[in-house]
Design a protein. Structure first.
Length: 128
């Protein structure tokens, strides 16, 4: 029985606890080239990324202590919390359904938009 056991798994480090895990088990926070910060469980969003374990303790630590700020080179604060929480929840409940979470704050109301991976929408249009 020769299985493809040694398939290489990309590893990433959680910014909160420092654990190294397979990339796809972590929640990725991305600063896009447009300067927006999104939470991406698809691993496909272009931009500068930081990784967090999908668990509340790491989420708290990542948000406090400005760890994400340092990694993303942009202030990331509580405004990202709803998106991170939604992503952590989704990563647990539906690990096979990657999504991109964005937060929009309008008039004091914060809403999280979860966008399923836009895989079927054709290949064009994504800038480098
Ligand atoms: Zn962690």
């Amino acid at each position: 029985m020769v299985m493809a056991k040694t398939r290489r798994v990309p590893m990433r480090t959680c910014v909160a606890c420092g654990a190294t895990r397979p990339k796809r088990e972590l929640v990725r926070v991305v600063r896009t080239p447009a300067g927006e910060v999104v939470v991406d469980t698809t691993g496909r969003t272009a931009g500068r990324g930081a990784y967090v374990c999908p668990q509340p303790e790491c989420l708290e630590r990542a948000l406090g202590g400005h760890r994400l700020d340092r990694h993303l080179k942009r202030p990331v604060g509580e405004e990202l919390r709803p998106a991170l929480e939604a992503a952590v929840h989704a990563a647990r409940e539906q690990p096979r359904t990657p999504r991109i979470f964005t937060v929009s704050a309008q008039g004091g109301a914060v809403s999280v938009r979860a966008q399923a991976e836009a895989r079927r929408r054709g290949k064009g249009g994504r800038p480098q």
